[in-house]
Design a protein around this ligand. Structure first.
Ligand SMILES: Cc1ncc(C[n+]2csc(CCOP(=O)(O)OP(=O)(O)O)c2C)c(N)n1
Ligand code: SF4
Ligand SMILES: [Mg+2]
Length: 376
């Protein structure tokens, strides 16, 4: 079904959904720049332009390769010159990503990529800023940082590679490792309950929240493209296989043979149907989600929930972020997509208003004003 579609079915690609920069004649690059760029900068780039002259160093078979390839594929579509794109990462196997993108990049310290990105976006709002992070980087040491970047609606796109393990440090439990999972740091089983990353993103008020899978490449491209066009804080969870330390963590519902029955491909404005025959659906029963089969007990398509990614009320979005295999199919695609003024827009407005009422600032005068002391 929609796995093949880059944008939700029924969605005219020339018309932007709420919260999106419209694809079409005006490129995202022009909008970010606030001006029309000279043609040599907007000349259509290709995937190859984003492939640098270095060989990626991940384990053979790692899911990171596919995420990199899909990101390189969608990047030319934005019409943003490479020198105006920045990938910022923390520490982890995922943290190597900026080296493999032929753009500007910044390999930061553990968990602090959202912080670096916030500063960069504030200083240079015309840049397109991406954050690449892992489940440990984003939700252990960086948990606090990710929350505040999201709640401020900083105009950045966070892509979290979720392999449910610390890969780089060779296999310790992460905040998304399963309860009871045996890892190097939990040899007789983890007694910690895993975090649902998208629930955290929603709770932190992210304005774009989505999930995809490293091996479901069309869906992944579509989600990255939509995240790229979003204006505001975007959080994308990519279910990624670490074939060395947590092989097959997502296999039960992402393998080709089973995914039609076990993934729920979300489409804005469409009923939440899934299954090879599209005869299974999700409905609400006394505020609880429930899997139903069309035709059984008088159930029809009209009973099935219709996905509304643009709803300001996040109740159903929270439900979608929480339901999971084996009790439910795993939702993939865009869960939430709303438009709110971004951090840099609000700061700009504040500065303009302050200058209008107080006049232009004088830093030297400010430093010399009020109480001053001489330290002897
Ligand atoms: C301050 C600090 N603490 C701990 C570490 C060790 N460390 C490096 S990467 C990592 C976890 C990475 O896991 P994750 O974010 O899931 O990335 P993955 O390697 O799985 O892509 C840890 C604990 C560090 N580099 N710096
Ligand atoms: S340790 Fe895992 S996540 Fe890291 S490169 Fe190897 S397979 Fe990928
Ligand atoms: Mg990890």
């Amino acid at each position: 079904m929609s796995e093949q579609a880059k944008l939700p079915a029924g969605h005219d690609p020339a018309v932007a959904l709420p919260g999106e920069v419209p694809p079409g004649e005006v490129t995202l690059g022009e909008i970010l720049q606030g001006e029309v760029l000279p043609p040599e900068l907007t000349a259509k780039l290709s995937r190859k332009d984003f492939v640098p002259d270095v060989e990626p160093r991940w384990c053979p078979g790692c899911g990171d390769y596919s995420i990199l390839a899909q990101a390189q594929r969608v990047m030319p579509d934005f019409g943003v010159p490479r020198e105006n794109i920045v990938f910022i990462s923390g520490i982890g196997c995922s943290g190597r990503f900026p080296y493999y993108m032929n753009t500007y990049g910044f390999h930061g310290i553990h968990g602090r990529a959202p912080t670096l990105a916030t500063g960069l976006k504030l200083a240079r709002p015309e840049l397109m800023v991406w954050v690449i992070t892992g489940d440990g980087d984003a939700l252990s040491i960086g948990g606090n940082h990710i929350l505040h970047a999201m709640r401020r609606n900083v105009d950045i796109r966070v892509v979290m590679f979720n392999n449910r393990i610390y890969g780089l440090t060779k296999g310790q439990a992460s905040p998304t490792s399963e309860f009871g999972q045996r890892t190097k740091s939990t040899p007789i089983g983890s007694v910690d309950y895993p975090i649902h990353p998208l629930v955290v993103a929603l709770a932190a008020e992210a304005t774009f929240v989505a999930r995809s899978v490293d091996t479901v490449v069309d869906n992944l491209q579509g989600v990255l493209e939509r995240a790229g066009r979003h204006k505001g804080a975007a959080f994308v969870e990519v279910l990624q296989n670490c074939n060395i330390f947590n092989d097959g963590a997502h296999r039960a519902f992402t393998d080709k043979e089973v995914r039609a029955d076990r993934l729920l491909f979300l489409e804005h404005g469409k009923p939440m149907l899934f299954g090879k025959n599209r005869d299974m659906g999700i409905r609400l029963n006394h505020l609880r989600p429930e899997v139903v089969r069309l035709g059984e007990n008088g159930i029809t398509e009209a009973d099935v929930l219709v996905h509304d990614e643009a709803s300001e009320d996040p109740t159903i979005h929270f439900m979608l972020a929480r339901i999971y295999w084996p009790d439910f199919p795993v939702p993939v695609g865009v869960i939430r997509n709303v438009r709110r003024p971004t951090h840099d827009e609000l700061v700009d407005r504040q500065i303009e208003a302050a200058i209008a009422s107080e006049g232009a600032g004088d830093v030297a005068g400010l430093l010399r004003s009020g109480d001053t002391w001489t330290v002897e």
